[in-house]
Design a protein around this ligand. Structure first.
Ligand code: GLN
Length: 379
C-alpha cells in the first residue's frame, strides 16, 4: 500500500462519532447540527428532486450556483468575484482544501500550519506530498509569535493554512494579526489557503476579516469555504474555492479528475440559500451566540475550565483535574460512563497536549441541556 498512509491516522473526530453511536452517547465530538436547515431550503430540494436535474453539473459548478455564490461572497468579502473565472464548486470544503494544496504544492514543498489545527490539514499536506511546518497558537489566548511564524516561512514555505474562525480553538484572528501574516507572506512569497467555513459564526465584539480582502492579498489567497455550517447542510457536501484565475485554472484541472463535480441537484437547490438576505446571517449569528452562552454557563456551573470561543462552535475544555493518563482514555471513559462524546485535544496539536478535550455546541438547547446534566456527574 501507499507508504503515505502510515504517516497519518484515520480521523479521530469521525472515529469518536462511531464510538458515540455505539454507546448511544450524546455526540458533541464531530461538529454538525442536530437541527434542520431552513425550511425554504428543504422545500427547494423537494422541488428540484421532482424535476429533471439529475445528471452531471458543469465540472466547475453549475453556472447559476456559481453566480449566486459569487454575488454573496463578493458582498461579504468586499471583492468583485468573477463566477466564470474565479470559482470552483467542490464536494465540501474538505475537497476544496485538498484541491488547494495539490494546486500550489509540489512534492517536497513546505506548508505552514498553525497548531492546534483541524486534523485534515496534516493529511492534506502529506497526501499532496508536502511537509507541514507547525507554528504554535499558545493557549489560553491562542496567539502566535510573529518571529516563530517568520522562521517557518523563511524555511521556504510554499503556503500557509489559515483556519479563521478557528477550529478547534474558537480563535478569530484580529485584523492586526492578519496584517502581520500578510506582511510575512508577501515578504516570503507564500500562498495563503484559508478555511473559512465558520465565516458567519462569529461572536461580537469579534469580527471576521476575510484574508483575501486585505490589501494586495487576493492574488496569493485561495479562499476555501462551504455551505455546510452556514446553512446547516453538512451532508450536502457543497464547498468551494475562490482565487485568481491562474490559480483557479490549476484547481479546476485537479478537481475535474478528483470528483468530476459536486452533486447537481443539491447545487440547484442551494441557490435558494445563497440568495437569502442579510437577516438570515444576523439570525444565524444570534442563534449560535445563544447556544454558546448557554453551554458556557453550564460549564461554569459544573466548574470546568475553558477558553471562551470567539467564533466557530467548538470549545476546548481543560481536563487536567481528572488525572487520566491520556485525553483519549478520558474521552472513551466519558462516552461509556457519562454518555457524552468529545474529541481528544491531542488530535489537534502538534505538541503532546493531553489535558484538553473539544466539545462542539451546534446542537438544540434541549440536547445541550441533556449533555450538561450528564456532565454534572463528572467526579
Ligand atoms: N468540521 C467538523 C469537526 O471539526 C467535522 C467535519 C468532518 O468530519 N468532515 O468536527
Amino acid at each position: 500500500l501507499n507508504k503515505k498512509i502510515n504517516n497519518f491516522s484515520d480521523s479521530v473526530i469521525r472515529r469518536m462519532t462511531r464510538i458515540a453511536n455505539k454507546y448511544d452517547a450524546i455526540n458533541l465530538s464531530q461538529g454538525f447540527p442536530d437541527f434542520d436547515p431552513p425550511v425554504e431550503l428543504k422545500e427547494s430540494l423537494r422541488e428540484v428532486a421532482a424535476g429533471s436535474m439529475h445528471q452531471y453539473a458543469v465540472t466547475w459548478g453549475a453556472p447559476n450556483f456559481r453566480k449566486a455564490l459569487a454575488e454573496k461572497q463578493s458582498k461579504f468579502m468586499d471583492l468583485e468575484i468573477d463566477p466564470e473565472k474565479e470559482v470552483v464548486v467542490t464536494c465540501g470544503s474538505t475537497e476544496a482544501m485538498m484541491v488547494a494544496m495539490m494546486t500550489v504544492c509540489s512534492p517536497g514543498d513546505k506548508v505552514v500550519v498553525f497548531s492546534p489545527f483541524y486534523e485534515n490539514y496534516a493529511a492534506d499536506a502529506i497526501l499532496s506530498g508536502a511537509e507541514p511546518i507547525y507554528v504554535n497558537l499558545r493557549p489560553p489566548e491562542f496567539n502566535f509569535d510573529s518571529k516563530e511564524l517568520e522562521q517557518a516561512l523563511k524555511a521556504g514555505a510554499k503556503a500557509l493554512i489559515l483556519c479563521n474562525p478557528s477550529n478547534p480553538s474558537g480563535k478569530v484572528f484580529s485584523r492586526k494579526e492578519l496584517e502581520i501574516i500578510s506582511e510575512l507572506v508577501e515578504k516570503y512569497d507564500a500562498f495563503v489557503i484559508t478555511d473559512e467555513v465558520y465565516e458567519h459564526i462569529v461572536y461580537p465584539p469579534h469580527q471576521h476579516t476575510y484574508f483575501a480582502s486585505l490589501p494586495g492579498m487576493f492574488k496569493r489567497t485561495i479562499s476555501c469555504s462551504s455551505l455546510s455550517k452556514t446553512y446547516s447542510i453538512t451532508g450536502w457536501r457543497l464547498g468551494y474555492l475562490i482565487a485568481p484565475e491562474e490559480i483557479i485554472d490549476g484547481a479546476r484541472q485537479i478537481h475535474d479528475f478528483l470528483t468530476v463535480g459536486a452533486a447537481a441537484p443539491l447545487q440547484e437547490a442551494a441557490v435558494t440559500a445563497l440568495n437569502f438576505d442579510d437577516k438570515y446571517y444576523q439570525e444565524l449569528e444570534q442563534r449560535y451566540k445563544e447556544k454558546r452562552d448557554f453551554f458556557l454557563k453550564g460549564l461554569d456551573e459544573i466548574g470546568l475550565k475553558y477558553t471562551e470561543p470567539q467564533g466557530a462552535y467548538y470549545i476546548l475544555v481543560d481536563i487536567s483535574e481528572f488525572n487520566f493518563d491520556s485525553d483519549l482514555e478520558f474521552c472513551e471513559w466519558m462516552i461509556k460512563e457519562i454518555g457524552v462524546a468529545a474529541v481528544p485535544g491531542s488530535s489537534f496539536f502538534k505538541e503532546d497536549v493531553q489535558h484538553l478535550i473539544r466539545f462542539h455546541f451546534a446542537k438544540t438547547e434541549a440536547t445541550l441541556e441533556k449533555a450538561l446534566s450528564r456532565l454534572e456527574k463528572l467526579p
